[in-house]
Design a protein around this ligand. Structure first.
Ligand SMILES: Cc1ncc(COP(=O)(O)O)c(C=O)c1O
Length: 321
């Protein structure tokens, strides 16, 4: 772990550092140098970007003597799946507020939430604010019953959660140093903004001079840029540094009709990754981000001979829903 992060408690359930390797076949196919940071392989409860955040979040919950975690997300939330597993392994009760129609059959992440022993409340709405208000209400009810609640917003995107991606950025810099490979661009999906905020703060702390491009999968460029700037600034403050607004790059061109809506270009990217590299992406997050990255390569947005790093944030349980 990087020394800068040592003052923060961390559980250590994630299997990190995750590997970085070149995607040889896709690189040949596109005439580019495309690498992948395998955060789909963080291990715990099928892995993904959320284990890094939860290592810090649940350590904080335990230090606050919480006995109950309250989490919120969509029915197929990757965050809620992994939070349920962290709760199970740490002896904490987990209460989930899941938004969207209650499905007739529990599949994918939802099936796993039950397997990990989480208690689930469904909220029949597509509005994130409605879900979060329900979770805040539930937290209050549980507190009145004497529970010590640690509540987390959508995606665990708080300053504490973002520390997980400061750490990821330090791993990327270590890799670059050891292998003498400089990444001109880092591309990843951005949803609730915690992943990007952590990377942006890490960029500042560790002196990364390339671009970090968040492919938006939830909200538009303006909204997400504002949210990432705010969270990056707050996270930077905890680490005694500052963030300039122009370091945050969000692109919403690959979101299609919105969060969770399938796009043709994500389907193509999913097939390309599967058939050329044997790597599984998903339709909601990594598939859309990969489609954006491949489009940038096709359109030569990166200079010739650039090294591009795709951060695979996981989420492939969604393929089984
Ligand atoms: C698989 C996957 N990738 C990317 C993201 C986006 O990360 P963030 O919410 O930190 O922006 C999520 C968030 O839910 C996710 O589940």
């Amino acid at each position: 772990m990087n020394n800068i992060l040592k003052k923060f408690r961390r559980l250590g359930y994630s299997l990190v550092p995750t590997p970085i390797h070149k995607l040889e076949n896709l690189s040949k196919f596109f005439g580019a140098n495309i690498y992948c940071k395998r955060d789909d392989m963080t291990g715990f409860a099928f892995g993904g970007n959320k284990t890094r955040k939860l290592d810090y979040l649940i350590a904080e919950a335990i230090s606050q003597k919480a006995d109950t975690l309250v989490c919120v997300g969509a029915n197929q939330s990757n965050f809620c799946r992994i939070a349920s597993a962290f709760g199970a392994a740490s002896g904490l009760n987990v209460e989930l507020v899941l938004g969207g129609k209650k499905p007739a059959v529990n599949t994918g992440n939802l099936m796993l939430d039950y397997l990990f022993g989480a208690k689930i409340k469904h909220v029949d709405s597509e509005e994130w604010d409605v879900w979060e208000n329900e979770a805040i209400k539930l937290s209050e009810e549980l507190r009145k019953k004497g529970k010590k609640v640690y509540w987390m917003p959508i995606g665990g995107s708080t300053t504490t959660g973002a520390l997980g991606y400061v750490e990821c950025m330090s791993e990327i810099m270590d890799f670059s140093r050891k292998n003498k490979i400089h990444f001109d661009g880092i591309v990843h999906p951005t949803g609730s903004g915690g992943t990007q905020s952590g990377l942006v703060v890490g960029k500042k702390l560790f002196g990364y001079d390339g671009k970090i491009i968040g492919m938006a999968v939830t909200k538009n460029t303006r909204q997400l840029t504002e949210e990432v700037i705010t969270l990056s600034r707050e996270t930077a403050h905890m680490l005694d540094t500052e963030i300039e607004d122009n370091t945050v790059i969000v692109d919403d061109n690959y979101i299609g009709k919105g969060y969770g809506a399938h796009t043709r270009s994500a389907e193509d990217a999913i097939k390309l990754f599967a058939r050329k590299e044997g790597i599984l992406l998903d339709y909601v997050y990594s598939g859309k981000a990969a489609s954006g990255m491949l489009d940038y390569v096709r359109k030569k947005h990166f200079p010739k001979h650039s090294n591009i790093l795709f951060v695979h944030t996981g989420g492939n349980i969604e393929l089984f829903k």
